[in-house]
Write a protein that binds this ligand. Structure first.
Ligand code: AMP
Length: 425
């Protein structure tokens, strides 16, 4: 297997990678890095958590480091679909380039334009941006794009979903024709091929993993409920398990995100939330607290489904079955990253059958019903549920990451409202 030196990366980067604990390049890195260093355009898909960011960031940094700076003109642009992803890409660039003198700027909405203008006026080498905010600055005459040598369009499938392609089209028209363009995505929808024809020149095509496959490091299962009204109770029971130290809980609707966050908070859980209607400052703050391990759970909409890389996430819960099959892969891909093990549990009712069938088709496997044996959340399958209306015996202990959670919910709590999971009957 080639190492980072064999791929043509500099000693400076090899040192940074050793410090980051990267022993070997991942598959996408092996296949993409040499081609980028040779100046090729790239059309690549690799599943989430496969090291996709470093596959373009590393060769770009070496090229930027070795080439001449341009006074006050960015030489590279990375476009990302969401603010959180852009911030994460910027963190990666910063981490790898500590020994280089490369100026970077994160240009995302919700942050102060005047501050961004000041940094732009001093001159930056790399802009890591969401398309809308970059266009704002360009249209206000704050950025000259004629010095751009490399353009990255990351998470193209997500860009297509959000409807960013018109903005990207406008930006691409302002860039030099001779630039190098890299398009990367978790999946390769057919529209991406059409875009590739417009934006890329004789690209190297790389499909590093079969798209839409669930990583082998994730144990994922389904918890069937008879009635959606039992979901909160069932989730609380799952979260109270000893082995659940923290994780992300996905809901399909923003309204549900905030209702669930309130509910869990009232129940004593250490929990924040993240959805698209929150202001940027608040979003980054919540994400920062979760990333730092100060909060055990994050309730999210799909804004957090793609690309977020938080190693401590060992559990993902889907309060709702996602209605887009691909989102299932993205959501559960928040755990089991970079070789770690993770668990994902999806709560489902009969109404979800159609969506589940679509998901199982996409991932090419059946999602197993939750394994009763060994999972205390659904312990004692032979225990008859108590009569309706019986109260849970206590509240879950506050699940601060430093504390060991106390199991206080009894299996009867599932029976609130009469919604007893099938496997308990
Ligand atoms: P990504 O797919 O870019 O979100 O990366 C997923 C995770 O893998 C991140 O935590 C990276 O820091 C990590 N990573 C990327 N490349 C490597 C590598 N060659 N060895 C070990 N970890 C890596």
């Amino acid at each position: 297997m080639p190492n980072f030196h064999d791929l043509g990366l500099s000693h400076t980067l090899q040192k940074a990678l050793a410090e980051a604990g990267y022993a070997q390049p991942t598959e996408i890195q092996q296949r993409v890095i040499p081609a980028i260093l040779m100046g090729r355009d790239i059309l690549a898909s690799a599943k989430t958590g496969s090291g996709k960011t470093a596959s373009y960031a590393l060769p770009m940094l070496d090229m930027l480091d070795q080439r001449r700076k341009r006074a006050r003109m960015p030489r590279a642009i990375v476009l990302s679909p969401t603010r959180e992803l852009a911030a994460q890409v910027a963190e990666n660039f910063t981490r790898y380039s500590r020994e280089m003198s490369i100026e970077m700027l994160l240009l995302i909405g919700g942050m102060n334009m005047a501050e961004q203008d000041k940094v732009l006026a001093r001159g930056v080498d790399v802009l890591i941006a969401t398309p809308g905010r970059l266009l704002d600055h360009v249209e206000r005459g704050r950025i000259l794009l004629s010095g751009v040598e490399t353009l990255v369009i990351d998470e193209v499938d997500r860009m297509l979903d959000i409807g960013f392609i018109d903005d990207i089209d406008r930006l691409v028209k302002l860039l030099p024709a001779g630039r190098q363009t890299l398009m990367l995505s978790a999946t390769m929808p057919s529209e991406m091929e059409k875009l590739a024809k417009r934006f890329l020149n004789d690209p190297k095509r790389v499909i590093a993993d079969p798209p839409s496959q669930v990583s082998a490091t994730i144990e994922h299962s389904l918890l069937h409920l008879d009635n959606p009204r039992g979901k909160h109770r069932a989730l609380i029971k799952l979260l109270s398990e000893d082995e659940v130290q923290g994780g992300i809980i996905f809901c399909n609707r923003k309204r549900e995100v905030s209702a669930l966050q309130k509910k869990l908070h009232t129940e004593g859980f250490s929990v924040d939330m993240l959805h698209g209607d929150m202001n940027q400052h608040h979003r980054l703050e919540c994400l920062g607290r979760f990333r730092a391990g100060e909060v055990a759970f994050l309730v999210c909409s799909d804004v957090a489904a793609r690309g977020l890389d938080i190693p401590m996430v060992d559990h993902v819960f889907n309060l709702d079955v996602p209605s887009h099959a691909e989102d299932y892969v993205h959501r559960i891909g928040r755990t089991g990253r970079a070789g770690r093990n993770g668990r994902a549990i999806t709560l489902a009712t009969e109404e979800d059958e159609r969506f589940l069938a679509a998901i199982e088709k996409v991932i090419g496997e059946k999602i197993a019903p939750m394994n009763v044996a060994g999972k205390a959340a659904i312990k004692k399958p032979d225990t008859p549920p108590k009569p309706q209306g019986s109260k849970p015996k206590g509240k879950p202990a506050k699940k601060s990451p430093k504390e060991t959670p106390t199991k206080t919910h009894e299996v009867e709590s599932f029976s609130d409202g009469g919604h007893v999971p099938r496997f308990l009957r």
